[in-house]
Write a protein that binds this ligand. Structure first.
Ligand SMILES: [Fe+2]
Ligand SMILES: [Fe+2]
Length: 454
């Protein structure tokens, strides 16, 4: 085989704007949203236009959450974009995921001036026909029940496209028959001397250490699945879902590697795509590309800045609501009945919004570099959280912001040690270690890396 390259994007969350994304209720909803809503149609159009003309590869993979929330009309409009991309000469392979179907009639939503609207949802059993042309049609094998397939991408490289939103229990679990099918496919790939890599919407390894204690952030039974795939000869998987950008590695007891390359959404900060090259020596060269600018009234901001400000405003709005409108904040998290805690939430909110990093350090007797003393704690917090999603987190040991963070969590380590919390793999969570490695990236470069798959 020769070098084989492809583009990968994920979490396109296409929303057909004419369904309604405006009005007072829309603005209220967007107060706490990290991803775009009304802007997604325009962003996708510019991403697809860019891909059509991109000459780095003629294959495009999309790792799920294609539509905003499963609206039928969003899918129909999105498929027009896929068809145009195909007509431009690109081969397109997709998987669907949790935001691509709804089983209840009233689960999709849109907004206009009159309030909340309910567009027609897409059922899971409609997805096979809808996306037949983009994976299933040319597949070497497919498992219709599990919406999974194997595609020959080029001479020597096979894609194992997985979906596990099974209708049975909705638990995103790989059931026994699915595992059996996967093992048949991996064996075939080995017998045929093929490099096989996978695409699965849900991260198989936690994108960031903190996600290891958030069950919805990781594939169910991820430990079992990653061990199975790596030992079966699949050493690379592309994921999405959390809208974070990361690369993580695991080595099984048998000494086999698995890399999880999780890519950020194209419609939310950090708004990125990947260009991947698989070499005959079983190396994967991963590059990150920023999404192109899109047409939108961004109040004069560059598109990149517009998206990162949207992320920060989600954090800052939460902190603002803690102080001024705890009811609205708690309503968003389904805890609005707890009026007794409003004064405490307000008090904590007032302090976070007002205090500087230097002020907090004085209170905790922590040494703080003068370059960040005057920085408001809320801005420090927003930057810290945004970094977790953007990847290559900068709050590392040896930096002004990182040193303060590490001293801060050291102060509270005696509390962390008393917390009985398990990670998704069942191991006890070491909160100090998790927080340190979440604020700063000490591992593989999340943006550009060469991964040795053997
Ligand atoms: Fe998503
Ligand atoms: Fe998702």
């Amino acid at each position: 085989m020769e070098n084989f390259s492809f583009y990968l994007i994920t979490d396109t969350h296409f929303f057909k704007n004419s369904l309604g994304a405006r009005g007072k209720e829309y603005d209220e909803f967007m107060r706490f949203e990290q991803k775009c809503f009304a802007e997604t149609e325009s962003i996708n159009r510019s991403v697809f236009e860019w891909l059509k003309n991109a000459d780095g590869a003629d294959t495009v993979l999309i790792a799920g959450d294609l539509s905003f929330n499963g609206e039928k009309e969003s899918h129909i409009e999105f498929i027009k974009l896929l068809n145009e991309l195909k007509e431009s000469g690109k081969k397109v392979y997709v998987v669907t995921a949790d935001h691509d179907f709804k089983n209840e009639d009233d689960s999709c939503f849109a907004f206009d001036e009159s309030g909340r609207l309910i567009p027609e949802p897409t059922r899971r059993d409609e997805l096979f026909d809808l996306y037949y042309e983009f994976g299933f049609k040319d597949a070497l094998a497919f498992d219709r029940q599990h919406l999974s397939y194997v595609a020959q991408l080029c001479d020597g490289v096979r894609l194992l496209a997985l979906n596990n939103d099974g209708a049975d229990d909705g638990q995103r679990r790989f059931d026994e028959s699915h595992i059996k099918w996967i093992k048949e496919q991996t064996k075939k790939a080995r017998d045929d001397g093929q490099i096989m890599f996978a695409m699965n919407h849900y991260p198989l390894l936690p994108g960031q250490p903190i996600f290891s204690v958030v069950p919805s952030a990781v594939q169910r039974e991820s430990d079992k699945v990653t061990t199975m795939l790596a030992d079966e000869g699949v050493h690379l998987v592309f994921t999405g879902h959390m809208h974070n950008h990361s690369i993580n590695e695991k080595i099984t007891e048998k000494g086999n590697k698995l890399y999880d390359v999780c890519t950020g959404s194209v419609i939310a900060d950090p708004a990125v795509m990947r260009l991947v090259t698989i070499t005959p020596e079983s190396k994967a060269i991963i590059k990150t590309i920023e999404t192109p600018d899109f047409e939108w009234d961004t109040n004069g901001k560059e598109c990149k800045q517009y998206l990162s400000d949207l992320f920060d405003s989600m954090i800052l709005n939460m902190l603002d609501d803690m102080q001024y409108n705890p009811e609205r904040l708690l309503r968003r998290f389904g805890a609005d009945g707890k009026k007794g805690i409003y004064p405490i939430v307000k008090f904590v909110g007032r302090i976070i919004n007002k205090i500087t990093v230097g002020g907090l350090c004085r209170l905790l007797l922590i040494k703080c570099d003068k370059s960040i003393k005057k920085m408001l704690l809320k801005n420090y917090a927003a930057e810290l959280v945004r970094g977790i999603f953007e990847g290559n987190q900068t709050f590392k040991e040896g930096t002004a912001k990182g040193d303060v963070f590490i001293k801060f969590i050291k102060r509270f380590n005696f509390v962390f040690k008393k917390v009985n919390l398990n990670c998704v793999d069942g191991k006890k969570a070491d909160l100090f270690d998790i927080l340190k490695n979440t604020a700063g990236n000490y591992g593989i470069d999340d943006y550009n890396a060469t991964l040795n798959l053997t």
